[in-house]
Design a protein around this ligand. Structure first.
Ligand SMILES: [Zn+2]
Length: 502
């Protein structure tokens, strides 16, 4: 190809000191550096965009997303409960019920009692007030617990253990929760629409690649939209796919530039908010949370994936769950080249950090969590006490231990700039990172965890042209990063989003 398709000039390149311009096309980045060198790659058909001092970064890589859930809320299938006071949650669900026929499911997502004056969970009685004509389920912000109304509870088989579903309070967890989510699940066409909506939202936020954690009904929609989303998807099917992937000989890295198998996702424990994260010292209200697997079961799954050439992404939040994951990796002697990962990794102690580094494990963390729930009066302090609140989400110690650290959003909310702001301004010193390190965690490190670091995540000749343009350099405005505007997003050299001038 002669000449670049696009050249961006008069930019600031925070990750490439001294650069002023970049030339690229669908085949990748052609040149980056001084303006006069870069402009030499122009031809008659080149689009030259004058950035007037805007900042150019590698496109953001969100290392932990639930894109279909995000998209279902965008298209109005699910009711968005994020940030709503208790009374508004009930009102929003009641409105959704009125808009639907009798018996149609209403699914709300994102309520969070930690911000309410009364810190009790949403209850069955409250949902019954919204409607008994429709089955209603309202998923807590962490996705590890939901509240059901009386009509929805009738979809549970009588055999469900009482610790998974409380008919009085309407609180439902674990497998019982999955039964209700499946009963109210959207059809495939709706999930495809949701993915398109989520990809568009990702572009407006500067995201060019997303690691997508996906439950079984979501796998086909990801495959069906392959190449249509203008978003690189690194797919992490739930571990129930393991035997199928292994039988087919599908390893990490299988796929193309649009859908690429990252590995398999599994859960070692639950969440702090649902008091199911497995901790060594009890919660303030008592209880130590729950390990999902025995050591033998978890070792069998991780060893099987490892032998099949599949990376594992194990959700482990509490120190007791992290301990189990480290123990099992050590016993199984897993292959560090697969870059096995621990999701969330919220409460590791010093010794665990050293062992995780030795085992070659990677951390996939969400700085959003510290911003949302850490600090005085926050949910972590209420559930775990001030001591563990100060030690939770230790981004700084993870990097100091030389553990590869990628950041993601977990869609709480989907927004790298929110997460970067959170990591730079987090409540406790151990959670705070310099701007440059935070950007690396949201770009190059996400590529590294997906073994795509030779394709994307940095700006250099030969790399894919996955690029975001921001109105300011985050280092120049460290206290207002979340107010920065995404001006343009390029995926594979194609302009997929441009901010309209207001
Ligand atoms: Zn998640």
């Amino acid at each position: 190809m002669d000449g670049a398709e696009t050249i961006l000039i008069t930019g600031i390149f925070p990750t490439v000191p001294g650069a002023e311009a970049i030339a690229f096309g669908r085949d990748g980045i052609i040149s980056i550096g001084q303006q006069d060198e870069v402009i030499a790659h122009a031809s008659a058909r080149t689009r030259v965009i004058d950035l007037a001092g805007a900042a150019v970064l590698p496109g953001f890589i969100d290392a932990h997303t639930h894109l279909i859930n995000t998209g279902l809320t965008r298209i109005g299938f699910s009711v968005d409960l994020v940030g709503l006071p208790r009374a508004h949650v009930i009102a929003a669900l009641a409105t959704a019920c009125r808009a639907r026929g009798p018996g149609e499911w209403v699914i709300g997502r994102g309520w969070d009692e930690s911000g309410w004056s009364d810190h009790s969970y949403l209850s069955r009685a409250e949902l019954d007030r919204a409607s008994r004509r429709n089955p209603i389920i309202a998923v807590r912000v962490d996705g590890h617990l939901l509240t059901a109304n009386t009509t929805a509870l009738q979809f549970l088989p009588p055999s469900v253990p009482s610790d998974q579903a409380d008919a009085h309070t309407g609180t439902v967890r674990e497998d019982a929760m999955m039964v209700l989510l499946r009963a109210g699940a959207p059809d495939e066409a709706t999930m495809v629409d949701a993915l398109h909506a989520a990809a568009h939202q990702a572009h407006t936020l500067g995201i060019t690649s997303a690691h997508a954690m996906a439950a079984p009904p979501e796998w086909r929609p990801f495959m069906r939209t392959r190449g249509e989303l203008d978003l690189h998807i690194i797919l992490y099917p739930e571990v129930s796919a393991l035997d199928h992937l292994r039988t087919l000989g599908i390893e990490s890295g299988f796929g193309d530039e649009w859908v690429h198998i990252g590995g398999v996702k599994l859960f070692a424990d639950g969440s702090v908010g649902a008091q199911t994260a497995a901790v060594r010292e009890p919660y303030i209200e008592g209880g130590h949370g729950t390990l999902i697997y025995s050591d033998d079961e978890l070792r069998r799954l991780i060893a099987t994936a490892d032998a099949a050439g599949l990376q594992t992404a194990v959700h482990a939040i509490g120190d007791r769950a992290i301990e189990q994951v480290l123990r099992v990796h050590a016993q199984a002697g897993t292959n560090p080249e697969l870059r096995h990962r621990i999701e969330h990794f919220e409460l590791p102690d010093e010794g665990q950090l050293v062992r995780a580094a030795k085992l070659g494990l990677c951390a996939s963390m969400q700085p959003n969590f510290a911003a949302n729930w850490s600090g005085h009066g926050g949910m972590y302090e209420t559930q775990l006490g001030p001591d563990r609140d100060r030690r939770i989400d230790p981004h700084r110690a993870v990097l100091a231990a030389d553990i590869p650290l990628a950041f993601g959003s977990d869609c709480m909310p989907l927004s790298p700039l929110y997460g970067i702001h959170a990591a730079v301004t987090a409540p406790h010193p151990g959670q705070r990172l310099p701007v440059a390190a935070t950007i690396r965690a949201y770009t190059a490190a996400g590529a590294y965890l997906a073994r795509m670091e030779t394709k994307t995540g940095t700006l250099a000749p030969g790399m894919d042209a996955d690029i975001v343009v921001l109105d300011s350099d985050p280092s120049a405005v460290p206290n207002r990063i979340s107010n920065i505007t995404v001006m343009m997003t390029f995926v594979g050299g194609t302009l997929v989003y441009k901010k309209e001038r207001s």
